[in-house]
Design a protein around this ligand. Structure first.
Ligand code: F3S
Length: 436
């Protein structure tokens, strides 16, 4: 039988889609591209905004149109948010909520045997089990994203994720180590530890001495063959002197940190129910800069959150330049039904959100270029990933530990490292390296 999968949403979802694909492969399904005729379509949905809901529905309908006889499986966050009502949608045959994805194959078997068994949905808020899923390879060649944690206890006022993913659940440290060890043996050199709220790794564990994020990083650091460890999005409050001084001793950890900001204005942060202040955030960046030489600090910012005044936005615009980010992902605030922020007064008009987002994107371009420019003339290491061709010349591209993209003319292939000096900009955001 043929199966096709489509992923929507975040890196955690992407990991789960790969894991589901590998479960199907192991069960004998032939995996085909989503645009081809398949017997089973799995859409791993996202529900982070109203638009994500709509895209999820569109992909489910697309699958049914591609093959009206196929079994269309809706999985993941949109399923969790929409519930059984989704089964009244003619395009959907089977729903699988979060924490049930590892049962995909047996759920399909049951469905083929008895077409009435068409839902696998649990009350995610009451789940304490980490759903075990794993991957043995990924679409990328040198870097693998590893899910180590699920769920979130933060309840930011704009976010639906605590409702679709449930409470914090941490993966067993030994499972993470086993997966990363296998990936290392398969040739992967870099791992990115990800989760829905990575900083909460271990907080759900009651045992004394239960490992938290730092212990997890140390365990992954000990795995032979792994040369680089990157961390997914971190909560600013975890970036303390104690945490960073230990981290800085782990040389495989890349000096590339994503600290989620969302707003540079304390009043806005409060309405967002973010639990740090701009001072605390600034302190975190100072600590990182004291322990690492010009680390890459990246972030997310929301433009035009509910009630954001001109003054509040100006504070944010000033603050981001003051911090000086290497990369900044800018999102226009998008209302999500069912969250507190959706019913807050003084919603910002779309046009104003657009203007604010433009203003932040301009700042991002300047800051990012300035950061890359500081790398010109420096000796750096690239972990090679893929070939590109520019003006008839073939290069291998890769990233420095700071995640600056470079290109070099070399005979070496993906997974190998190259040392050299950055000479100039090859394209808007790729630096040309000369091998030395
Ligand atoms: Fe979307 Fe669920 Fe991820 S809502 S962003 S797929 S956690």
């Amino acid at each position: 039988m043929k199966a096709a999968l489509h992923n929507l949403g975040c890196k955690v979802n992407a990991y789960e889609t790969e894991a589901m694909q590998q479960l199907l492969e192991a069960a004998g399904y032939e995996i085909v591209p989503f645009e081809e005729i398949a017997d089973v379509y799995v859409v791993n949905t996202c529900s982070v905004t109203n638009i994500a809901d709509r895209k999820s529905r569109q992909m489910l309908h697309r699958a049914k149109t591609l093959n009206p006889d196929a079994v269309v499986v809706a999985a993941g966050c949109y399923v969790q948010a929409a519930g059984e009502a989704l089964l009244t949608d003619g395009a959907v045959d089977l729903i699988i909520g979060n924490n049930q994805k590892n049962e995909l194959v047996s759920i399909l078997d049951n469905f083929f045997a008895d077409r009435s068994a068409n839902e696998a949905l649990i009350d995610i808020a009451k789940t304490h089990e980490y759903e075990s899923l794993s991957i043995s390879h990924t679409a990328e060649h040198t870097r693998a994203f590893i899910k180590v944690q699920d769920g979130c206890n933060q309840f930011c006022s704009y976010c639906i994720i605590p409702y679709t993913r449930g409470r914090v659940r941490s993966r067993e440290l030994a499972d993470v180590v086993a997966e990363v060890t296998a990936l290392s043996k398969a040739g992967y050199r870099e791992v990115v530890l990800t989760g829905i709220h990575l900083s909460s790794y271990g907080v759900d564990r009651k045992e004394e001495n239960a490992p938290h994020l730092l212990e997890l990083i140390k365990a992954v650091h000990d795995i032979p063959g792994i040369e680089r460890i990157r961390l997914g999005s971190l909560e600013p409050r975890i970036v303390t002197e104690a945490f960073v001084s230990e981290l800085a001793g782990l040389k495989k950890v890349c000096p590339h940190f994503h600290l989620s900001l969302q707003s540079g204005c304390d009043a806005t942060l409060k309405r967002m129910n973010r639990r740090y202040t701009t001072d605390e955030y600034r302190r975190g960046c100072e600590i990182l800069r004291a322990h690492y030489d010009d680390p890459a600090i990246t972030t997310d910012v929301i433009a035009g959150f509910a009630g954001e005044t001109e003054e509040e936005f100006s504070e944010t615009a000033k603050y981001v330049e003051e911090i000086g980010f290497y990369e900044m992902h800018v999102f226009k605030y998008s209302v999500r039904k069912g969250t507190r922020a959706a019913s807050m007064p003084d919603q910002v008009p779309e046009k104003v959100k657009g203007e604010r987002s433009h203003c932040l994107l301009d700042a991002e371009e300047r800051m990012s270029r300035a950061y890359r420019e500081r790398k010109l003339g420096l000796r750096q290491t690239l972990l090679l990933e893929e070939p590109i061709e520019i003006d008839g010349v073939r290069y291998m591209t890769g990233f420095t530990p700071e995640y600056v993209r470079g290109a070099v003319i070399t005979e070496k292939g993906a997974g190998e490292t190259v040392n050299g000096i950055f000479k100039e900009f090859l394209t808007k955001d790729v630096l040309l390296m000369v091998e030395k």
